[in-house]
Design a protein around this ligand. Structure first.
Ligand SMILES: [Zn+2]
Length: 228
């Protein structure tokens, strides 16, 4: 999990912040049509007309087939339009240091300012909490948050038995799908632990996480995806 970075976004009203971005971009369009003043609604309509700025979102939609959707608090991520605004070139592996339910509760609590895109349970069940379009606050490093997809794993860094076969298999399929989506190689340069994020004091996923096994599984999952 990450610390409470990017406090600025949380302190400001989301609608106002988004209007600021809309106004900035729609300003050019307004000048082009010769209109001096536009009402707020008109600004936002122009914004939606601009191509490629933001994809339509469907409530409850997930980026990984079979994932269950549980929304994180909007204070725990920043809306974005990845990979158009921020290229995605990392998967960051985390361990929750607690149970699944308590981790989900933290991600739904606006006071924590942390959330990952996904959490994988001991039984291999995958839950998505933040769309990959958006910047989740999981890495404790702004640029790594912007460039990565974060996957939490239920369990404890110091407890090797946390990491079950079902968890490895499901998470590896998820990582394979993410790497395929953004054209990333499945390797230890692109699939990293939270411990490897610059400046972090977090140690997850820790010494019991079997990287050779995980990357091997993810590579095989990627290859079988390509054969389909
Ligand atoms: Zn972490």
């Amino acid at each position: 999990m990450g610390a409470g970075e990017e406090r600025v976004g949380a302190m400001r009203d989301d609608a106002d912040r988004r209007l600021g971005r809309r106004a900035l971009l729609a300003g050019g369009a307004a000048a082009a049509v010769g209109t001096a003043v536009l009402a707020r609604q008109e600004l936002s309509r122009l914004w939606w007309r601009l191509p490629g700025v933001e994809r339509p979102r469907v409530a409850g939609a997930v980026d990984f087939r079979g994932a269950r959707w549980v929304a994180a608090s909007a204070a725990n991520y920043r809306r974005a339009d990845r990979p158009d605004d921020y290229p995605v070139d990392r998967v960051v592996i985390h361990v929750t240091q607690g149970g699944y339910a308590s981790a989900v509760k933290v991600f739904q609590d606006p006071s924590h300012e942390v959330a990952a895109h996904y959490i994988v349970r001991r039984d291999g069940r995958v839950t998505q909490l933040v769309r990959e379009l958006d910047v989740a606050y999981h890495a404790g490093n702004r640029s790594y948050n912007e460039r990565s997809v974060g996957i939490e794993h239920e369990g404890f860094v110091e407890d090797a038995s946390s990491f079950t076969d079902a968890m490895y298999a499901a998470s590896a399929r998820l990582t394979a799908a993410i790497c395929a989506r953004y054209g990333m190689p499945v390797d230890r340069e692109h699939v990293i632990g939270h411990v490897e994020v610059p400046g972090t004091d977090h140690t997850d996923p820790g010494p019991h996480w079997d990287w050779d096994r995980y990357v091997g599984l993810a590579r095989r999952a990627r290859e079988s995806r390509e054969k389909i």
